[in-house]
Design a protein around this ligand. Structure first.
Ligand code: HEM
Length: 397
């Protein structure tokens, strides 16, 4: 066994959040998972280790209920009853109920709708000249697409991002007291709202996923009410959060690499597919995924004892110089690009085909419609690491 290496990396340090990649590179240089004493977790920063963490069966997503239980009631079951936070056999059962709605074939059929939505957002931008890439483009598209798939009413779409933002702040290292209260409230309101939708769809079914799942719940064997609500909330959140951030992170990075911006301007459709993958590799929207050992497990010679935690650092894995040539350079034509931005193993992103389709339509469409689009001033980053993204990105056409 390698001798244990330690780190006291501060995940909340503004300099780290501004650019975490030099510190992550240092972690990788150790060549094996590193122990973080304050957090009490191992950090797997190298590609092969981060990948192994996600694929090893004895490293599970084990949700630990937050205390006091009465204050965290809805937040707790929104997690413990969703597929993301469960392990087989419950995970297998829940995933199989929703998987077919997100398979490549069903998602490809959404192409005309996504193209229409993209065009209408671009029409609005054309009227404004100055716009925010996040609020006016990157955010509304995935929000509208996932809301329509689930049958979430258009008129209430504005509720989704604030609820989701409040809940996901709990995935950061050491969330503040204020963020904890906001997450409890959002969890309660979101759960109540989706419960209302489920009850309505039992009486007035539509051609949407909530209606479909409401029938399964009614049958009573495969899905409980809480599992239905938790899974729909997960889909509504996961269905837009990383897509918004992935688009924004990639746009800013491309702007900072003029040769890559030029490729997007000059050959938007030709480079779209590889550019989307490079956006997700170069400045990942999701960085920090914890697993708990259900039995003693070795990762690169480091023993993770039963009950201990290890984190898969996806954004670091995607910069691993042993896997990606010139890993700190953005190259929108990079191919092959085996990034693990969508995860790996049994929790591999269910929405990968949807996210890829949305971005591969919206990215080239922006440059094709407005070849002179450019950023204005400094984009404003959110002060978070696990979910990495921008608050606003001012731009002009
Ligand atoms: C660029 C956009 C996206 C990225 C980078 C991303 C990334 C990820 C990652 C890394 C995981 C694995 C988490 C883990 O192993 O602990 C995951 C899981 C998941 N994602 Fe995504 N995602 C994206 C978009 C979407 C979309 C559009 C949906 C819409 C349905 C979605 C739904 C899910 C679900 C349901 C899971 C849980 C799967 C399971 O536990 O079996 N994601 N995603």
């Amino acid at each position: 066994m390698n001798s244990l290496r330690m780190t006291s990396l501060d995940f909340k340090d503004p300099d780290f959040i501004n650019n975490p990649y030099p510190a992550l590179k240092e972690l990788r240089s150790v060549g094996a998972p590193v122990w973080h004493d304050e957090l009490g977790v191992f950090l797997a920063a190298k590609y092969n280790d981060a990948n192994d963490v996600l694929r090893t069966k004895t490293l599970g997503r084990i949700f630990v209920a937050k205390q006091p239980a009465n204050e965290w009631q809805e937040f707790n079951w929104l997690h413990s009853d969703s597929l993301l936070d469960s392990e087989p056999p419950k995970h297998t059962r829940l995933r199989s109920l929703v998987a077919k709605a997100f398979n490549r074939h069903r998602i490809e059929a959404l192409r005309p709708d996504i193209e229409r939505l993209t065009d209408s957002l671009l029409d609005e931008i054309a009227k404004k000249k100055d716009f925010d890439i996040i609020a006016d483009y990157a955010e509304p598209l995935p929000v509208k697409v996932i809301a329509s798939l689930l049958g979430f009413p258009d008129s209430d779409e504005y509720l989704l991002r604030p609820w989701s933002q409040a809940i996901v702040k709990m995935y950061e290292v050491n969330p503040s007291h204020k963020d904890q209260i906001a997450a409890q409230t959002a969890g309660r309101e979101f759960a109540e709202y989706v419960h209302g939708l489920m009850l309505d769809r039992k009486v007035n079914p539509g051609a949407d996923l909530i209606s479909e799942l409401a029938q399964v719940e009614e049958a009573g064997e495969k899905l409980s009410t809480q599992e239905l609500i938790a899974t729909c909330v997960l889909l509504l959140n996961a269905g837009h959060e990383a897509s918004v951030n992935g688009f924004g992170n990639g746009i800013v990075a491309a702007w900072q690499h003029p040769s890559e911006w030029e490729k997007l301007q000059k050959r938007p459709f030709e480079v779209a597919e590889t550019a989307v993958e490079e956006f997700l590799r170069f400045d990942a929207p999701l960085h920090y995924f914890e697993r708990t050992a259900t039995a003693d497990t070795q990762i690169s010679g480091v023993m993770v004892a039963q009950g201990q935690k290890i984190v898969s650092l996806l954004g670091s894995a995607n910069r691993d110089e042993e896997i990606f040539a010139n890993s700190d350079e953005m190259n929108v034509e990079r191919n092959p690009n085996p990034h693990i931005g969508f995860g790996a193993g049994i929790h591999f992103c269910l929405g990968g085909p949807l996210a890829r389709l949305e971005m591969s339509i919206s990215l080239p469409a922006l440059f094709a419609r407005f070849p002179d689009v450019h950023l204005v001033g400094e984009p404003l980053r959110r002060p978070t690491f696990s979910l990495r993204g921008y608050e606003t990105i001012s731009a002009r056409i």
